[in-house]
Every structure is written in C-alpha cells, then in structure tokens.
Design a protein around this ligand. Structure first.
Ligand code: FAD
Length: 330
C-alpha cells in the first residue's frame, strides 16, 4: 500500500488499510497481534520520513466526527475523531465561537496525531487545550487518558514511546470567551502591521495564517515535513558560555524545566550557511532553514543523509545535539 507523506517520498507499506471506525482499527490491530506484524497508526504523513519499503502494517486513521459533549457559559468540551483534518478542526471551532486553537492554524495533519508530538506554534501547545485522549491500548481495549497521563512536554508525549497505543479521539476544552495569546514576537509584529491593538481570536487566526504562508513552503509544491529538527534544550551555563563566543545567539528561557534554556535550531543551521548549500535532491528552505525540502526525486536515504550532515556540522561547531522531529518509518 502506498504511504501518504508530505515529503513526497516513494514509500510502500507491506500491508495496510484505511480504518473509518474504532472497530475496524481494533480488528486490524488484532490481526497484527495474531500474525506477529508490527502495527502503525498513521494520519496524513506530515511528520514522517518513510523508507521506501516499510515492513509494518499501516492503518490510516480515517475516523471522522466533531461533537460537543458538554458546555458551560465559560467552556465547551469538544470531541474530535482522530481522522479529522487539524486545520479544518481549528477553523470549525473558531466559527462556532469556541476559542483557544487559533494560534495552531494551518498546522498540517490529523487531529489524532496532534497529541503525539504535542503540536505547538506561536506560543500555544495543544497540551494546554486537551482534556482527554481516547486510545486503543496494546490489548485492543479502549481507554481514556487524562492530560497528566499523556506526559506532555515540548514536542513530546507518552505517545512517542507507547507506539502501540492508537489515538482514536481527542477531547478539547475550549473557551467561550476570547483570551488571545499574542506574546510571540512575529505575531505581535504582524498584528501591529495590521493596526490590531486589541485583536480578536479571528484576527489572530488570520495573522498566523499570513505568517505561515510567507514563511513555510506549500507541501504540494515543495514537499516537506515542517521543522526537521527540534529546538535544542541545553543547560543555561552551557548556553551562556556559547553566547560568549557567539554574541548573535538567541537564548530562550523555559518555564518549568529547571536550568534548561532553548536555542533556535534554525539560527544555528543558518549561521553555518546551510541555506546556500543544497544537495542534489534536498535543500533547506530559504525563509526557514529548519525545513528540508525534497527537490523532486529524493528518497529517504537522500533526506536523512542531508539531515545527518547538518546535525554533524552543528555538533562539531557548537557542541549542540539536534534531535529529529519527524518519525522515521521503516
Ligand atoms: C509545512 C509543515 C508545517 C508544520 N508546522 C508544524 C508546527 O508549526 N508545529 C508542529 O508541532 N508541527 C508542525 N508540523 C508537523 C505536523 O504537521 C504535525 O506533527 C502533525 O500533528 C502531524 O499530523 P499527521 O496526521 O500528518 O501525522 P503523521 O505524519 O501521519 O504521523 C506522525 C506520527 O504520529 C503517529 N500517529 C499519527 N496518528 C496517530 C494516531 N491516531 N494514534 C497514534 N499515533 C499516531 C504516527 O505513527 C507517526 O509516528 C508541520 C508539518 C509541515 C509539513
């Protein structure tokens, strides 16, 4: 079965189905258990580097449906099935007057994948809006996980280690009164340019889309998976020593992670000139060097070896380890 992926890599799974309800997912998972096949849930393939031959049973999550399960004057609890498109979910909730997701507009992919890497953008992470996640566990049983059990952190969650759990539905806790998050500098600059001093959630939604369209390549024209590396978290004294020698270095304090600070992976890559060092089949995107683009004919080897050259360069120049953001499917 061909594997959909936004890097446009040629990739096929040994076996697979598109499941449209929980029972179909459970049946496929049972089949894999009985036949000793590794099982993999997949959404829209916007955060994977798929090998040419994937030896797993791939279950494309096609479950749909968005419904309100409870509401008060302040909040609304909304269930979103795993196969719903994320951006359409953001757009739909906003149109209903349910606020909170506006900063996460235009992130590609499915609702079911959103908790996996705790998607985030422009100062908001989905973890802050999730109330529960419904999964099928490794024994085929449906379970409800509360937020604490999801172990969310920066671009991470328990679902990155429990690959045998399948997310079937997420429950979002959204606000009925606007409470916009606009501290992110790029967002502030865009809103100021639009003369929006007291922006509505709709204005934030529009601003985020404008910024993303300017900065990120369209996957249909320039195939990519968004950020290829996570922004590195490093010890504060290490960052300070690095900044002594590299005064341009941006250092971002982190709440709740002790003495750790965040660096900008894009800045490190940019400083080493990778935007101007394209390989035959892969390149860094000019407006955002953290994004690697398939120039047309790349396979997973070409993409991963280009990424490895960048990682090695950043490590040898700055002593900073870059971690891959997408999952490699093999
Ligand atoms: C142009 C571009 C911009 C991006 N910008 C951002 C951004 O701003 N912020 C951000 O956080 N991410 C960003 N991403 C990454 C990506 O959009 C998200 O990670 C998204 O959540 C992936 O959704 P998907 O359905 O495509 O997941 P897939 O790529 O299909 O899967 C990703 C991983 O999740 C697992 N998975 C998928 N669905 C399920 C499920 N139902 N149950 C269990 N596991 C599952 C898969 O096995 C795989 O390991 C961007 C990607 C692109 C291409």
């Amino acid at each position: 079965m061909p594997i959909p992926n936004t890097l446009a890599l040629p990739a096929r799974a040994k076996m697979g189905i598109r499941a449209t309800c929980v029972e179909e997912v459970q049946e496929a998972q049972r089949y894999c258990r009985e036949h000793g096949l590794p099982f993999l849930a997949l959404g829209e393939g916007s955060n994977v580097v798929a090998r040419t031959h994937v030896a797993q049973f791939v279950c494309l999550m096609g479950l749909t449906g968005i419904k309100v399960v409870a509401q008060s004057p302040r909040e609304v609890l909304v269930d979103v099935a795993a196969g719903e498109n994320w951006h359409q979910t953001v757009s739909h909730t906003l149109s209903q007057g349910w606020y909170g997701l506006e900063n996460l507009a235009l992130i590609p992919g499915s609702a079911g994948a959103a908790p996996v890497q705790n998607i985030g953008a422009y100062g908001v992470e989905v973890a802050g809006l999730i109330d529960q996640v419904e999964i099928i566990d490794d024994q085929g049983e449906l379970q409800l996980l509360d937020v604490a059990s999801c172990e969310f952190s920066y671009r991470n969650s328990i679902f990155k280690t429990r690959r045998d759990w399948i997310i079937t539905r997420i429950r979002l806790r959204l606000h009925r009164q606007a409470d916009v998050v606009i501290a992110y500098p790029e967002l502030q600059a865009d809103l100021a340019a639009q003369h929006q001093s007291n922006p509505t959630p709709e204005a934030v939604f529009d601003a985020v889309q404008r910024i993303r369209r300017n900065k990120l390549p369209d996957v249909n024209i320039n195939p990519n998976v968004g950020s290829f590396f996570k922004n590195p978290l490093v010890a504060a004294p290490f960052a300070s020593a690095l900044k002594d020698h590299n005064t341009w270095l941006k250092v971002f304090p982190q709440d709740g992670v002790g003495e750790m600070v965040k660096l900008s992976a894009a800045q490190l890559i940019d400083q080493l000139g990778w935007k101007d060092r394209p390989a035959a089949e892969v390149m860094c995107w000019q407006a955002q060097p953290l994004v690697l683009v398939n120039r047309g004919k790349a396979d997973s080897d070409a993409v991963l070896s280009f990424a490895e050259s960048i990682r090695a360069d950043v490590l040898s120049h700055f002593g900073v380890h870059l971690e891959l953001e997408p999952s490699v499917l093999s």
